[in-house]
Design a protein around this ligand. Structure first.
Ligand code: NAP
Length: 313
């Protein structure tokens, strides 16, 4: 694969394509100053990013949309240059809620379509205003859901032109097979967004998805922000890894750049989050070096098969 900054897109099974590097935009809304996401997306676009990963539940989609629209108005980019991925939240799985939920996201973004719309998680919560509905004992209130019916509503969003491509997130092999074996399937998921990095390399899921033309989008590719409220911090910090740092030294690159390069060289799309201008630019500088087969194997051997993002819900 020729991975230059100019040609850093890979094909999707529906004829569209996805940039191998995107900007993740999840940051704790309580701890993040307003406007940080807006500035980060603008810096990223200026640095060459064309793929932005967001979600309604990140509570900053309005900033992402504003940044994209400002850069279009400046003449820096056209809408078709940008690849935006949005996500369907757990409380919106009933088929009749899918299109209105995407329309709400489009209204927040002030865009006409998203490039990719994905089911964020394979389980549903009780629909309603509470995004994390809980009972009097503090337990999540789940909702009987037919993922195949949700998927049919996703297909209708693609047909309506509201999403160019449709995919899933946090799906295991069984859940992917359930969709792919659905009678009357119109479009299969083009991608599956899952945790993926040198400490959690997902070899089996990656192979399964390769066989079925499903692109893996690797989230937390730098090992997360290590926010103890949702991250399993008993797994050591990825970016302190001696092997990643030693390989980085050889190429005059950081451990973060080596981790990202490792993923894209395996055909895994990466969406590192940074709201820091210097690190946003640093994370983009991964198209001017390549890892040898031996180094790829060395990094693959770091797999601990432990998730940072356990999604205990
Ligand atoms: P990540 O991208 O692995 O790491 C982000 C953390 O690394 C931030 O604290 C960031 O801080 C720091 N960082 C960024 N670049 C760095 C560099 N070059 N050197 C050192 N530190 C660096 O973690 P993530 O946010 O968990 O995952 C990325 C994105 O994936 C999310 O933003 C979201 O879009 C998506 N995601 C999706 C799901 C899902 O269920 N589908 C779950 C988790 C995440 P600064 O901002 O200060 O640079």
């Amino acid at each position: 694969m020729n991975l230059t900054a100019e040609s850093h897109r890979i094909p999707l099974s529906d004829g569209n394509s996805i940039p191998l590097l995107g900007l993740g935009t999840y940051a704790d809304p309580q701890k993040t100053p307003k406007g940080s996401c807006l500035e980060a997306v603008k810096v990223a676009i200026d640095a060459g990013y064309r793929h932005i990963d967001g979600a309604f539940v990140y509570f900053n989609e309005h900033e992402v949309g504003q940044a994209i629209r400002e850069k279009i108005a400046e003449g820096k980019i056209k809408r078709e240059d940008i690849f935006y991925c949005g996500k369907l939240w757990n409380t919106c799985h009933p088929p009749e809620l899918v299109r209105p939920t995407l329309e709400k996201t489009l209204k927040i973004l002030q865009l006409d379509y998203v490039d990719l719309y994905i089911i964020e998680l394979p389980m549903a919560f009780k629909p309603g205003d509470a995004l994390y509905p809980k009972d009097e004992n503090g337990k999540y209130i789940y909702h009987e859901t037919d993922l195949c019916a949700t998927w049919e509503a996703m297909e209708a969003c693609k047909d309506a032109g509201l999403a160019k491509s449709i995919g899933v997130s946090n799906f295991n092999r069984r859940q992917l097979e359930m969709i792919m074996n659905k009678p009357g399937l119109k479009y299969k998921p083009v991608s599956n967004q899952v945790e993926c990095h040198p400490y959690f390399t997902q070899p089996k899921l990656l192979e399964f998805c390769r066989q079925h033309d499903i692109v893996i989008v690797g989230y937390s590719p730098l090992g997360t922000s290590r926010d103890e409220s949702w991250v399993n911090v008993s797994s050591p910090p990825l970016l302190k890894d001696p092997v990643l740092n030693a390989i980085g030294k050889k190429y005059n690159k950081t451990a973060a750049q080596v981790a990202l390069r490792f993923s894209i060289q395996r055909g895994v799309v990466v969406i590192p989050k940074s709201f820091n201008p210097q690190r946003i630019r640093e994370n983009f500088q991964i198209f001017d070096f390549s890892l040898t087969e031996k180094e790829m194997k060395e990094i693959e051997a770091l797999n601990k098969n432990v998730r940072y993002v356990e999604l205990l819900m």
